[in-house]
Design a protein around this ligand. Structure first.
Ligand SMILES: [Zn+2]
Length: 460
């Protein structure tokens, strides 16, 4: 009998999978037996857009919690967090007026956090600028009483479209603050979109500490209508712009981060986090941003198990609340985690769309990065080649320590901003295979970090 047991163990050893085989198994399981697409279908089509503080956001919290419970984790819980609640109200309405009674309708949407226009709308002349410096040059006497129209397009020559977004987004985020300084009565911003189309793209904006009575309404205009407005202004700078929106900032409400965990078999106090954000904007159903990141993260532990991996370290999936207009969930998670002395050796976020994965961005030091680079060839069969230092993601950012690794999945970004924050961020814009490849790519890296740990990680 003893002899038989001995032979059995030997054969297990011989049969133990290499890293390449385990990673192949992870990809096979995601592509043939993944849950991410089915989950996204429910989140997008049965629940829909999940603006912080909305009923849909609450439904998403309870539904994802119950799905995580079904996959048999050691613990699933909700972490309470107060979040801002902004509501869009009735659909916005806007037109360009070239002469009294001669109007052309345009597509706009209120920016998240904006105040409403007066109930009868707001009509004023328009001053077009590309940046804040131009406001200074034009001066208060030419801006006062007008609507500032920020029209700097995303740079189409940048291959990483997130860089093009980064080069423009201050118009949307801080545009009102600068326009108020010069006495403007409203802000219209060109949508952050590389495509020329009719869809306005929303997103967060700030008034900083400007008193409520001095705030001005702010909206995004579609790229196509931004081009039209610009060309009309070149012919006649006296044309007027009218818009009406009745959005409103309400009191903060209670919401939750959704967290699931399996306890590591050897190093239970070392945490590996995978996550995305559960809230979304309200114009679409938030499939790319960031339903995809949530369902990919939810599938990581399942895929590890299906591939025969028993994690040595504790693995947590975290669905953060309120990334889009406050980042309250991420701050709350990090605050409580640091207060408890939890050691997050690795935190990986997927929040760049569900397109074909290309690799990862990392935020860490050279020792950890060199260790990760030593695994790069294992990803070659899956065309995953992008391993670069340079950031991670908004939700994992607050977990930074001098020794850990933060990371963001890096999918192909060419089409992301066609959908981002617009009514076309919907389930039909997500490709099943691409979504599943992303889930597998995340799982493969989690597998390696779990197996080998980090060179830099102090044992607590
Ligand atoms: Zn996002």
């Amino acid at each position: 009998m003893k002899k038989i047991v001995f032979v059995f163990f030997i054969s297990i050893n011989i049969l133990s999978q290499t890293d390449a085989e385990t990673i192949k198994s992870i990809y096979n399981n995601s592509l043939s037996n993944g849950k991410s697409y089915e989950w996204l279908d429910h989140l997008s089509n049965k629940i829909g857009g999940r603006l912080s503080g909305s009923l849909n956001a609450e439904r998403a919290v309870y539904w994802t919690k119950s799905e995580l419970e079904k996959i048999g984790l050691d613990k699933v819980w909700l972490q309470p967090v107060m979040v801002p609640k902004w509501v869009r109200g009735n659909p916005e309405f806007a037109y360009i007026e070239t002469a009294p009674g001669r109007t052309t309708s345009v597509n706009i949407c209120a920016l998240g956090g904006s105040i409403a226009t007066p109930a009868s709308g707001l009509k004023a002349e328009v001053i077009e600028v590309k940046n804040f410096e131009e406001l200074e040059k034009i001066g208060r006497k030419n801006i006062e009483g007008k609507i500032v129209f920020y029209n700097r397009p995303m740079d189409e020559t940048l291959i990483d479209t997130f860089k093009a977004y980064g080069g423009c987004v201050n118009q949307r985020y801080e545009g009102a603050v600068h326009a108020i300084e010069y006495g403007a009565v409203g802000v219209i911003v060109r949508s952050m979109n590389l495509a020329i189309d009719d869809l306005p793209h929303t997103g967060s904006m700030t008034y900083e500490d400007i008193p409520v009575k001095n705030r001005i309404p702010s909206a995004a205009i579609s790229t196509s209508d931004a081009d039209m407005l610009s060309s009309m202004l070149k012919m006649d700078k006296n044309i007027k712009f009218y818009f009406k929106q009745n959005c409103k900032q309400m009191d903060d409400v209670l919401s939750y981060n959704v967290i699931g965990e399996i306890t590591g078999t050897e190093f239970p106090n070392e945490y590996i986090l995978v996550g995305g954000h559960l809230d979304s904007w309200d114009l679409g159903d938030g499939s790319h941003d960031d339903g995809a990141g949530c369902v990919q993260s939810m599938d990581v532990i399942r895929l590890l198990r299906l591939s025969g991996v028993k994690p040595k370290r504790s693995i947590r999936v975290v669905l953060f609340m309120n990334e889009e207009n406050g980042l309250r969930g991420a701050r709350k998670y990090a605050e409580e985690s640091f207060a408890k002395g939890e050691n997050h050796i690795f935190a990986l976020e997927s929040d760049a769309g569900a397109f074909t994965p290309r690799g990862f961005y990392f935020d860490t030091d050279k020792n950890n990065f060199d260790q990760i680079l030593s695994w790069k060839s294992l990803f070659k069969p899956y065309l995953i080649h992008f391993f670069e230092l340079g950031g991670s993601g908004a939700d994992v950012g607050p977990l930074k320590t001098p020794t850990n690794v933060l990371s963001g999945l890096k999918p192909d970004s060419q089409r992301y901003f066609d959908h981002h924050h617009s009514s076309s961020d919907t389930f039909d814009a997500v490709n099943k295979r691409e979504l599943e490849l992303g889930a597998a790519t995340m799982t493969a890296l989690v597998y390696l970090i779990d197996k080998y740990g980090l060179v830099n990680n102090p044992k607590l």
